[in-house]
Design a binder for this molecule. Sequence first.
Ligand SMILES: [Mg+2]
Length: 433
Amino acid sequence: MEGYLKDEMAVLELHKASNVLYPNESILVHQQSWTNEFLMKSMESSRASESISTQVDDVLNYPFKGDLDRLAHRRNIEQYCTDNTRTLKSSFRCSSFGSEDLLKLAAADFNFCQSVHQKELNQLMSWLKEYKLEDMRLAKVKMGYCYFSAAATYYDPELSDARISWAKHSLLTSLIDDFYDIFGTAEEHLNLLELFERWDVNGPRAEFCTEEVKTFYWALHSAICETVENAFAWQGRNVMDHVVELWVDVLRTMLEEAEWSRTNTLPTLDEYMRNGYISFALGPIVLPSLYMVGPQLPDEVAKGPEVHHLFKVMSTCGRLLNDCRSFQREAEEGISNAVSLRMSQGIDTAEEAIEEIKGLIDEQTKELLRMVLDERNTSAVPKECRELFWKMNKVLHMVYKKEDTYNSTKLVQIAESVIKEPISLSVMDSRVI
Ligand SMILES: [Mg+2]
């Protein structure tokens, strides 16, 4: 590197490139490690210019695997420099660099998409009210986050169907997870599962044992029917069986975990993970939305081994990230998770178990990226669909970066920057110029 070591911008670019990692790329891991150290040191010594400092800060705070597209777009717009004349041997300025017109267009587009997002979020809040979910445990706050993860993933105005499906199923998986983990009874758990095992689009084929089960049933019924109707418009076929099956799988695995907890049964880590990647419940969130992003997705591909492998790797990452973050709280609530189970198999401290699990998360993340980018061009799954698995993985890495609760102030700010606060060019003018 010799002389280039004084050039923060070159090291920054090398660092960004070294973050795009496949399995077994030890040279890139080495590059990642020393460039990271170099950039941290250069920030501490404050030798770098203000513009480079901001970029380094962003790259270190929002690593590639946890940086949502929409947040990156916002930063790019806000940091866009309209005074970008480069002085080399002579002064050079390209008309497409530093263009004020491009800046205005980008900000107007961001704000327009955001206005669409706000209308959709209002519709979702009305849906919560209509289906009597709004007074349930933190349902309104959770809906805000669920919608944020959808809007940060599919921001184009025409992808409204995918956003709504993602947000509704995401909220329902979160509320129903609490229902199975914490506050429902064994009878209620079984009742809700049976209602979906004996699914009939015209209404329940079994009695509701409590009002709570009835509320969940009708909210889920409405979300499933709407998703299927919208998917029909994109795919020209009925995907009801698939969507219901995804929910039945999730409810079965949640019931299994509730049984373990009720009977004080300690599963092996293998048993726990076989169940746990499905009970993490990304299936009904991500898989139906594959039908609503554009390409035709035949049944044999949507239910085939490749989609399942993408789903399994993404969900394993999510389950493990969640377990590392929520280990303390779940231990107090008497719920076993991957960290406590690893400790029961001979690892002494939680820190060591978490360290080991983080290694697994890293490996799974690299494997997922390899499948999503598919450089050998062997995939039967359309690129737009494969990308959704990576985008969900980014959401998971971001959300579980520091806390597992919905109370993080930083997360509130991040969500608001995507769905609530427009970009103001006048504020930027006073700062940039
Ligand atoms: Mg659970």
